[in-house]
Write a protein that binds this ligand. Structure first.
Ligand code: SAH
Ligand code: AVI
Length: 329
């Protein structure tokens, strides 16, 4: 399956690009820059190596992590209404597709879709998702792309001149800053083309007493997900890090309307990566993720500013999560 993913790249773009090697250098540069910065920070897209993707899937099963459960229920309950809006889309393009489990619900509702293009930085997730979907959606052409969804230049030829529906689930848009989210939405509008639509799952603003346990669960799965970034730096870059010398923390920042995750040094220590040494004070933090939360009106305004017209929105009765259907005029 891994070869198929690479082949898909090579066939479409005429290059034998090896994403793993390119990613390794990009990862090293980002880590060295991020640890040198004050305050220190690391980009959250690097959470998703094979182990990180597994841990994210475990998070989606947690009682505290309502996001996946509620979005799945919205897709199951409103599949027919979504299909009625988008009945004749032929190509489904998913950004940050992960395991594609929720996508299966959408595909079941969208009878006209014959091609699925999942885009993700995690090769392992793409390979697993493709074989899982193949068994369930007979005749569906699956064209996985290992790529950064914020910078992918073009879709495969098979998507050209065919009506497309974009899907961005899980509130992954919340992991971008507002400016990055606006740029991404405008970029997606260009990729998806005229007369396309975009279904975006967005976590809603709510009381921090619900948000904080969702990002700091009792079993410590989110802590393991966050700390895996340090394990990845050790594994892939041969770094010298005492991972047990760091702890997970998650806080709600009211001003920015976002959950923030940190790795906190539990002592004074040195971290060594590729010949560089980084001195940590006791309690010093590395900022590893933001998860922005939006009201329905805030997200609609953001989408409009990026050239999309908000067409429909579905929310659960507890107002935990929203599913937005945007149209490209
Ligand atoms: N949409 C799925 C997965 C969400 S986890 C769900 O709702 O369950 C976020 C996914 O986005 C991961 O699979 C991760 O590998 C991917 N991802 C994160 N940043 C990315 C980027 N910049 N480009 C491509 N994929 C990215
Ligand atoms: C993928 N993303 C939307 C998740 C989130 O909720 O920000 C990642 C995650 N971080 C901690 N738990 C889950």
């Amino acid at each position: 399956m891994e070869r198929d993913v690479h082949q898909s790249f090579a066939e479409e773009f005429g290059t034998a690009l090896a994403p793993s090697e390119a990613t390794r250098d990009e990862f090293a540069d980002a880590v060295l820059q991020g640890l040198a910065r004050k305050p220190r920070s690391l980009p959250c897209r690097f959470f998703y190596d094979a182990r990180g993707s597994e841990l994210f899937e475990a998070i989606t099963q947690l009682e505290e992590y309502y996001l996946t459960r509620v979005e799945t229920a919205l897709l199951a309950d409103h599949g027919a209404a979504i299909a009625a809006e988008m009945g004749d889309a032929k190509v489904l393009v998913e950004f940050g597709s992960g395991s594609s489990r929720k996508t299966s619900l959408l595909l079941a509702a969208l009878a006209a879709v014959d091609t699925y293009i999942p885009i993700d930085v995690s090769e392992e997730s793409l390979a697993g998702a493709a074989s899982w979907l193949e068994e369930r959606h007979d005749g569906l052409a699956i064209r996985p792309l290992v790529a950064d969804f914020t910078s992918i230049a073009a879709l495969p030829l098979t998507a050209r001149r065919r009506r497309k529906l974009g899907f961005f689930s899980g509130s992954t848009i919340g992991n971008l800053s507002h400016d990055e989210a606006r740029s991404f939405l405008a970029h997606a509008a260009r990729l998806l083309g005229k007369h396309s639509a975009f279904l975006v799952g967005v976590d809603l603003k709510k009381d921090p007493s619900i948000l904080i346990p969702a990002y700091n669960d009792a079993q410590g799965v989110t802590a393991a997900f966050n700390l895996n970034l340090l394990h990845r730096i050790k594994r892939e870059l041969g770094a010298d890090i005492d991972v047990d010398g760091f702890a997970h923390d998650a806080v709600y920042d009211e001003l920015h309307g976002r959950m923030e995750m940190y790795l906190v040094s539990r002592k004074r220590q040195l971290v060594r990566v590729r010949g560089r040494a980084f001195r940590f004070a006791d309690g010093e933090r590395i900022h590893t993720e933001n998860s922005h939360k939006y009201s329905v009106a805030e997200f609609q305004a953001l989408a409009e500013s990026a050239g999309w017209r908000p067409a429909r929105v579905w929310t659960d009765e507890d107002q935990l999560f929203s599913l937005h259907l945007l149209r490209r005029p």
